[in-house]
Each structure stands twice: as C-alpha cells, then as structure tokens.
Design a binder for this molecule. Structure first.
Ligand code: CAA
Length: 260
C-alpha cells in the first residue's frame, strides 16, 4: 500500500515503519495516524516479519508531537475524536503480536514520546530529545502520556516532566528509564536492527507470549499475574518451537523455529 506520510519496508524478518513528514518534523496529523493503523494491519499480515522498528524520517526528529496546526482550530468533540484516534493507533502498536522497537532519532515530543512509549522499548540517538511540551501550548498529553509515562517511571517523575513541559536529552531519559540504550546517531539504526535480529532469531511464539504476558500481567495483582504466567508457560510446551528449541540445545545445533 502507498502512504502519503509513512514509509513501510521489510528487510527479511524486520519491518521498518518510518513516519515521513520531515517538513513538519514528522508531526502526527489525522491522516498520518490513520496510515499508521493501515501499516500495522499490513505488518500483522506479513508473517515473515518478526519484529517492527518504528522511527522518523530525517536526522532531526522522530516525531515532534501531534500536529499543532491541525489541532489549533479543533472543537472539544473534534479533540475527543483526535485523542481517541491517537489512542486506538498507539494501542494497535502496543497490541501487535510482535515486538515493536522505537528508534528515536531526534525530537520525540508530546505525541512523539507517546508513540515511543507504546513501543516495547526505546533505543535513542545521542541527539534525541524527549518531553511533553503540551502544557506550554495550553493543553496536556492526549495520546496516553499521562498514563503510560507514570506506569513506566513513577508518578512523581512523570508529573515533573508533564507539568514543567521541559525537554530532556537522551542521557536523562536513560537515567529515568524511558530509554533502554543510547547510540551515536549514525549507528542508531544499525544497533536497533542488531537487537531486532537477535529477537527475530528466538522462538517467535515464545517472544509473542512474553510480550503479551508482561503487558497483561503488569497491572494485575502479583499472585494472579504469576498464576497467569504459569498457565501461559505451560501452553508454550504445546508448541513446535519448544520442541525444536530444546532438541536443538541437546543436539548442540542452532534451532530452526517455524513460529508454530
Ligand atoms: N505540529 C506541526 N508542525 C510542527 C510541529 C508540530 N508538533 N513541530 C514542528 N513543526 C513544524 C514547524 O511548524 C516548522 O514548520 P515551518 O517550517 O512550516 O514553519 C517545521 O516543523 C520545523 O520546525 P521548527 O522551525 O520549529 O524547528 P526548530 O528546530 O526551530 O524547533 C522544535 C524544533 C523544538 C521541535 C519545535 O518545532 C517545536 O517546539 N515543535 C512543537 C513541539 C510540540 O509542542 N509538540 C507537542 C505537540 S502537542 C501533542 O503532541 C498533544 C498530544 O499529546 C496528542
């Protein structure tokens, strides 16, 4: 499918979704959000892809937020629809049955940080800038920032970022636990692809189940979540991947997973 604001490509087992509106620093307007939904459906149907990388076009921005020129004239009901559109889009990323890695290559502000937070984890370039400048515009985050950020870094730190609207660099994002690793910009994609390939080489069903159980169990009471893990763990033993993985170990060879 052709997109106006995105690039979607596949390199073997890795899908790459690039938000491509560099003249607006890849800001998310309605059309871009709808296109991301279509792209996620396409990835869903592309079974060969084991991991998706989300990034932004150009060397300056990942995504500089929701599109301010489009939001400027919105009524309350339009803003509600826009926020829900953003939530549905990010939830599709979160719910994709494969890992999604964010490669944050510059500004990730407002909706940009929110998009990255909907991914499974974030690698960033050394020039990345994160933040929630919404309050400086007289609004507050509307694509999940008030909810995903405190769950990731704790309420106090999330409130500080959201209430001050300040931008932070990659190192601070790393120390807050927003970002997993930082790389020089020139090697970011190579490093993210390395991690993606490592994941793609593992049992696909196991990776998919691990994502689901971590996400589902995260907001559950611990003993219930552990019980859920036990049942899901046992189901793993009904897969060909489990048989292949353990047989390969015993036979001292590389496993050849079929994702079944
Ligand atoms: N929406 C629409 N256009 C944007 C944009 C955005 N979020 N961010 C940047 N742009 C546009 C600029 O308007 C500019 O366009 P023109 O060349 O046509 O004037 C172009 O991208 C380049 O931007 P700048 O000239 O501003 O570049 P800079 O290097 O001077 O500054 C920046 C970079 C600090 C990121 C600055 O662009 C900026 O502050 N952008 C807005 C960031 C922001 O507030 N994001 C949050 C949006 S609200 C939100 O996301 C709500 C939500 O939770 C859903």
């Amino acid at each position: 499918m052709e997109f106006n604001n995105l690039l979607l490509s596949f390199e073997g087992e890795i899908g790459i979704l690039t938000v491509n509106r560099p003249r607006a620093l890849n800001a998310l307007n309605r059309e871009t959000l709808r296109e991301i939904q279509e792209a996620i459906k396409e990835v869903q149907n592309h079974r060969e892809a084991k991991v998706l990388i989300a990034t932004g076009a150009g060397a300056k921005a990942f995504v500089a937020g929701a599109d301010i020129s489009e939001m400027k004239g919105m009524t309350c009901t339009e803003a509600l629809d826009f926020s829900r559109l953003g939530h549905r889009t990010l939830k599709m990323i979160e719910d994709l049955d494969r890992p999604v890695l964010a490669a944050v290559n510059g500004f990730a502000l407002g909706g940009g940080t929110e998009l990255a937070l909907a991914c499974d984890f974030i690698y960033a370039s050394d020039n990345a800038r994160f933040g929630f400048p919404e309050v400086t515009l007289g609004i507050f985050p509307g694509f999940g920032g008030t909810q995903r950020l405190p769950r990731l870094i704790g309420k106090g730190k999330a409130k500080e970022l959201i209430m001050t609207g300040k931008m932070i660099g990659g190192q601070e994002a790393l120390s807050l636990g927003i970002v997993n690793r930082i790389f020089p910009q020139a090697s970011l994609m190579e490093e993210v692809k390395k991690a993606a390939s490592q994941i793609a080489g593992n049992g696909p069903v196991a990776v998919r189940m691990a994502k689901r159980i971590i996400d589902t169990g995260f907001n559950m009471e611990l003993s219930e979540a552990c019980s859920l893990e036990s049942y899901a763990f046992s189901i793993g033993f009904a897969t060909d991947d489990q048989k292949e993985g353990m047989t390969a170990f015993v036979e001292k060879r590389k496993p050849n997973y079929q994702g079944k």
